[in-house]
Design a protein around this ligand. Sequence first.
Ligand code: GLU
Length: 606
Amino acid sequence: MSSAELPLARFLARCHSDFSKDDSGEVASYIPELSLANPADFGIAVTTVDGFVYEIGDSNVEFTIQSISKAFVFAVALETVGPDRVETVVGVEPSGDAFNSIRLRSDNRPFNPMVNAGAIACTSLICESEGDGAFTRLHDALSRFAGRRLDVDEATFKSERATGDRNRAIAYLLRNHGVLLGDVDQVLDVYFRQCALRVSARDLSVMAATLSHKGRNPLTGEQVVSSYAVARTLSVMTSSGMYDSAGRWVYRVGIPAKSGVGGGIVAALPSQLGLGTYSPRIDDQGNSVRGLRTCEALSTHYGLHMLNRVGDVRTCIAASYDVGSVSSRRNRRPREQAILEAHHAKCAIVELTGALSFANAEYISRRVRGLPPELAYLIVDLRRVPSVSEAALQLMADILDDLARAEVDVVFCGITKGTPVEAALGEWLLGKAGVRSIALLDEAIEWAEDRIIQSEAGALDVEKPTALSEQQLLAGLDPTALSALSELMTPHHYRVGERMILAGEQATTLLFVVSGVVSVRLPGGLRLATLSAGMAVGEMALLETTRSADVWADTAVACLELSLDAFASFRNLHPRACEHIMGNLARLLAKRLIIANTKIEVLASY
Ligand code: GLU
């Protein structure tokens, strides 16, 4: 299926064909070069936060970014000189005036960074901090937002520099009030150049998606600005991004946006999408007519208004159980198993899913509080969590402190290196008492089980040899048969890390583990089971002649090996005993099946 057949592509194509018919509005001409734009051009692009780009119409036609640059330069100013300095030169209140208004607030600061006065003030901050490198800094940053090197439209730059007396007047006024400290011409050169950067609707959609994606460009993966700067930028876009029709815009569309007199609009809906449109016919307020209609239609059709959000916090818990219903892949000896059955409530596992925000972290805090009082180990699986917000982190810090006071050890698993979750939790976690990170959930469960067994029965003694009569497969066998069988076995020793059985090979033996620990793994490494003394490996050879998995010695291992040929001769002499062994095998397999079914049931019931 081509991307043109995707539902959103069809919708955007409909918008494009419907709104192409709207010839209202005029191409801006107060900057002479802008009047050269082709009034018929119309492009739409949407970039999703996972980096898929939809493009319709003239989405690659380039035009000058103009006022849209203001949003991104504001973000860069916050990043470069910090919010305190930025707030000394510009406010964050809608002005209710046109973009080029000369009116300032009563404290002589511009109303907000989206009107020319505020934008020039932000550009002057970059000039103060970067000197001659100011434009390079902005050029680089905006290019990183777009995910490609943007060019400057020299003709438009010169055209505006030659005619931009109103902006010059604004800049001198700002200098008079000590808002702009540097050289007016230098600041305006940078400002006019930033406005003359050439972008396409596609570029704008990627830039918007970078804002929607907390400052990370979804195409390049680069973190362009911090999520702090993004949230502030989206705030002023919401209140002041659409010239003096900002109130109506929030009311009807409800997506943070910024438009430019060049005919572009960017709209960024956090965590959802970035939209870029281009159509140079603009209305009396300076907004692209077709662009506005596209934004409105998209928001209305899909109910995208930012305040129109639904969500069920409970879905953040993908599964919650204790070691009684889902144990690790380590098979336990009967005595150990009995301890785990008696103390299963000591270890709870909570599997989380989705981005963790304030609301779902708060819900998790209540679920954790509801865990049984005997809880000693809490395992939190973050495999399916892509991000953790600051609010969630704060709530988690409190949850962890409460658990530490209650002497509950917490194990996080599924934190992958280099991910936002690792960045948010990595070092912070290590500093917390009683908190550790174990890569795999199964290993974390095994760790907690070991601790429970140790606290009840002392250290796990994997070295201690087991008598043949203790082998699960041979349980209840009469002594004569047992000693006849033991005559047929040969002892075998394996070193740590040695492979004992190779998947795919012909099975000719079965092994009884006398001491040590072995793991059954798929050839890719995935662990199917871990076994210890008293258990048989390769016992499926009694039913199936090809080895289905590898078996590795996790410690030094002592085994008794029984060849299938020897077992066949034993069968002739001791048919009843043999039947008994096959009965044991059936019981062990049935037990495994019951455990597997319970696991599936528990995990699927969420
Ligand atoms: N460079 C333009 C100016 O300052 C930008 C105006 C706009 O797009 O609103 O007049």
